[in-house]
Write a protein that binds this ligand. Structure first.
Ligand code: SF4
Length: 202
């Protein structure tokens, strides 16, 4: 059997194992916080994620197909979640003028009200960063984005709207550079979800 990152004995001398196991703990924390809000609103965690995503992203991303890619789910699963959100009166579909078979999803007034209640669900995790100095946080952000980028490259996660996957991004010797805003970026200015992102490939 291959070694497991969850085996405490294997972890002892292996920082890679401990880092991956730590990330798993953080994802548990994320899930627990999501469930807390889900119970308050009477919706499922994925329904919460869809509502928040629609609130913060432009119309061309608010389609069933895009959401399925974003959350690594099948279109059927997302369609079901969307149908339930429509039944609850939180979202509505609008037919696109240019293609009547295509629909974008929008929040209703009730949906906007729901987002006000739930969008901060991950904020309790912010307190854990309070004691890390600003420059160290920049390094941490760069490392985390690098991990996300690697996972995207090997196809474990879908395309991320982040600097390292963006056609406007260039790595200089000491710095990062964005050709869209035509400025160098400090580590702390790297973006994970950028509205101006354009994929480097394809
Ligand atoms: S456009 Fe956005 S994602 Fe692309 S390099 Fe610039 S800041 Fe980064």
């Amino acid at each position: 059997m291959n070694k497991s990152v969850f085996d405490p004995q294997s972890q002892i001398d292996n920082s890679d194992f401990k880092i991956v196991a730590s990330l798993e703990r953080l994802s548990e924390c994320f899930r627990a916080l999501l469930w807390e809000k889900a119970k308050v609103l009477g919706v499922s965690p994925i329904q919460i994620q869809i509502l928040i995503f629609i609130h913060f992203h432009s119309g061309e991303k608010c389609k069933v197909g895009y959401l399925a890619q974003e959350f690594l789910l099948t279109k059927a699963t997302v369609s079901e979640a969307v149908k339930l959100l429509e039944q609850k009166g939180f979202i509505e579909r609008q037919t696109e003028k240019t293609d009547r078979r295509s629909h974008t999803l929008h929040l209703t007034e009730a949906g906007k009200g729901a987002v006000v209640q739930i969008a901060d669900f991950a904020n309790p995790m912010l307190a854990s960063l309070a004691k890390i100095p600003f420059t160290e946080k920049g390094v941490l952000l760069e490392q985390l984005l690098s991990i996300v980028g690697q996972l995207q490259e090997v196809g474990i996660i879908s395309i991320q709207r982040m600097c390292f996957a963006c056609r406007f991004y260039q790595r200089n010797e000491m710095d990062h550079f964005c050709h869209f805003i035509d400025k160098p970026l400090k580590n702390s200015e790297l973006r994970l979800d950028c509205a101006e992102f354009e994929a480097r490939y394809g």
